[in-house]
Design a protein around this ligand. Structure first.
Ligand code: ATP
Length: 651
């Protein structure tokens, strides 16, 4: 990779005026410390041997061997023996390193008074002229003092230093001296790094056309400015995760051949006040110096979230300061200065209005999940480096992956290659891709999960219920396979081949609800008792029914009203845009709709009970049933136009 931090770049160019001094060279601090401690220990080493009072009195004092005593700090008595007595056998424990002048022994005392009275008592038989001389001294151990004073400060300093260093590095900076500096990665226009081109971005034709224009702005600004047009300052890419926003910006950078700064929104945010704003300033100063150039801010919602949120407890002053600085900077450079800011986010609805107004982010490019043709193109890009079997049909792969993002498709290709390698295959075939897709949709197969025979029976009827209902309904997507092998968290699953719709009719929604309720209805029909296995289905059905009633205006009682709020403002004010009566009405209608669909589902299953039982039996035997097996049990599925309308049950 050729990307580098901006400060590294400045250093290289000899402009590194703000390059911080190396803050912490461990040896520079450790060596003097070791020397200092060594010196202390060798000069101040205490060679005196400790004795008890009794031994001192019996062996030294009474035999007249003691020359003098020194009482240090009123607690320690040092014994100096007469030089000519030292050679005696009993003093052989006096350390050989001890200098002959002493002290040779020491003992500790409780108090001066008791020591003096004991001494007097011990020497009472001696003539006064032979009394041992006792000196009182006060001694301070400077090393000890230094340690007690300096050590706590040193410890705090060290802790602080490590903390700051770590935080600086955590944010991508180098140390505390770089706190206010931007952590953006920089890529030079002439970088030799392998660059992404527009050919690497499949599909996204409209988005590509928009961003290609940006490349042109940067390459030939005069073409636009001589007509008086202003070059956009900012472009914001909005779309679900994995739809290729970052990839597209990389392609812009690769094709435009201009300096490129990239940073993530979260890198501005630090726990210290003012750091985010100063990083924004620094980034724009550097970008202006390099103009024409591109600044890419990924995940801009980390700083660009709308200010003045009513949920005050969530507000974050530091983030607001950072955003204000960004707003100021984007106003600050003229549209012809040649800095174009590209931002990407998954949550455009969260962004502050001031940020996305024309004059700042003038252009909004929406990326959608790819349609079938685009998926085919994305597959083609990611299949290129793989060793494929000759009969692999890319169309089949594109058809099997509705709702997949570009990132999901890249993942499927990689997973398929891994699965083929695991099975020691020479090339990757359709089967590997199907396994990879199943794995990504449903999670890993868990054949080893222990399930009791009774539970297996329930799961088989539950999945059979979904399958039978979907087989009998006009608006159901074609069923591909049903399985009772546990995967991820679920104990079984049914795979459909969804058709892509831009809009859904009421009857399509209702059929979807019936299919989801098929599992629970089958349990009730066969076992006369329902289980907890329908949690996911019920969650899906409840959400769908609520959407139908409250958002899509598909309920006769509520009428043509929608309480959907595309601005997200309702969430902020913690309230609902309707009265308590309407809330109750919505609840009632949601409940009524689900009950109606449940009765309809139950009716379908009652009519086909024999088929349901046969299907469950076959599932228990084979674990996974494909379309052919299903056709044998359920008969060929009717063509759409041959379905008669199922009469709606009366509630
Ligand atoms: P997020 O919002 O989560 O950051 P994103 O939209 O920025 O996601 P990218 O990082 O651009 O997504 O895409 C992830 C990966 O998906 C890419 O590295 C690429 O392999 C693949 N991909 C996505 N879209 C496409 C596409 N249109 N063509 C080819 N590959 C794609």
């Amino acid at each position: 990779m050729d990307e580098q931090n901006i400060d590294d770049l400045k250093k290289e160019q000899g402009k590194g005026t703000n390059t911080p001094p190396k803050p912490f060279n461990t040896w520079a601090y450790l060596i003097p410390l070791i020397l200092f401690m060594g010196l202390y220990f060798f000069t101040n080493r205490d060679y005196a041997v400790e004795v008890t009072w009794n031994k001192f009195k019996r062996e030294m004092l009474t035999s007249g061997d003691v020359d003098r005593l020194t009482v240090v700090n009123k607690e320690r008595v040092e014994v100096f023996l007469k030089e000519n007595k030292l050679s005696q056998e009993k003093y052989k424990d006096v350390n050989e390193f001890s200098n002959t002048s002493g002290p040779h022994y020491f003992f500790l005392i409780g108090s001066i008074e008791s020591f003096e009275s004991k001494m007097e008592e011990a020497q009472q038989d001696l003539p006064a002229s032979e009394y041992i001389e006792v000196k009182y001294v006060s001694r301070t151990d400077w090393f000890d003092n230094i340690l007690t004073v300096i050590f706590p400060f040193a410890l705090i300093f060290l802790f602080w230093f490590l903390l700051i260093g770590r935080m600086g590095k955590g944010a991508g900076g180098k140390s505390m001296f770089n706190f206010g500096k931007t952590t953006a990665r920089y890529r030079d226009a002439n970088s030799q790094q392998q660059q992404v081109s527009f050919d690497d971005v499949a599909g996204l034709d409209e988005a590509k056309a928009e961003v290609k224009e940006i490349v042109d702005f940067l390459k030939n600004p005069e073409r636009y400015t001589h007509l008086g047009a202003k070059i956009p300052k900012g472009v914001i890419l909005v779309g679900p995760p994995g739809t290729g926003k970052t990839l597209l910006v990389k392609a812009v950078a690769g094709e435009s051949k201009v300096p490129f700064f990239s940073i993530s929104g979260s890198e501005f945010v630090e726990m210290f006040v003012g750091v985010g704003a100063s990083r924004v300033r620094d980034l724009f100063n550097k970008a202006k110096a390099k103009a024409p150039c591109i600044v890419f801010i990924d995940e801009i919602d980390a700083i660009g979230r709308s200010r003045g949120n009513a949920k005050a407890f969530q507000s974050n002053d530091e983030r607001e300061n950072t955003l204000n600085q960004l707003l100021t900077e984007m106003d600050g450079f003229s549209s012809n200065s040649g800095v174009i800011v590209i931002a990407a986010t998954n949550r455009a609805d969260m962004l502050d209005r001031a940020l996305i107004r024309p004059g700042r982010f003038d252009r909004h490019i929406y990326l959608e999940l790819p349609n079938r043709t685009e998926r085919r193109a994305i597959f083609n890009v990611h299949l290129k480096p793989l060793k494929l079997s000759s009969d692999l049909d890319v169309d089949f792969l594109a058809a099997q992956t509705p709702g997949f993002s570009g990132a999901d498709i890249a993942n499927v290709c990689n997973e398929a290659a891994l699965i083929a390698a695991r099975n020691n295959k020479e090339s990757i075939d359709k089967e590997d891709f199907v396994s990879a897709m199943d794995r990504i949709i449903g999670g890993l197969e868990k054949k080893s999960k222990v399930i009791s025979p009774k539970e297996r029976k329930i799961v088989a009827h539950h999945e059979g219920g979904h399958a039978v209902v979907s087989w009998m309904l006009k608006n159901a997507d074609p069923l591909v396979k049903v399985s009772i092998i546990p995967r991820g968290k679920s104990l079984g699953a049914a795979w459909y081949l969804p058709e892509e719709h831009q809009i859904y009719t009421k009857s399509q929604f209702e059929d979807q609800m019936c299919i989801a309720l098929g599992g629970r209805a089958a349990e009730e029909l066969i076992f006369n008792e329902v289980s907890s296995g329908a949690l996911d289905d019920l969650e899906k059905v409840t959400k769908l029914a609520h959407t139908l009633v409250a958002y899509y205006g598909l309920n006769e009682v509520i009428g043509n009203l929608s309480y959907f709020d595309s601005t997200g403002e309702n969430d902020r004010f913690l309230g609902k845009p309707y009265s308590e009566d309407t809330a109750q009405l919505i609840d009632r209608e949601v409940r009524k709709l689900i009950e109606k669909m449940y009765s309809r589902t139950l009716e379908i299953l009652q009519k086909n009970e024999g088929k349901l039982i046969a299907l469950a039996k076959e599932l228990l035997r084979k674990e996974t049933l494909y379309k052919n097996d299903l056709e044998q049990i359920l008969g060929k599925r009717k063509k759409k136009e041959n379905f008669e309308t199922v009469p709606e049950p009366k509630i």
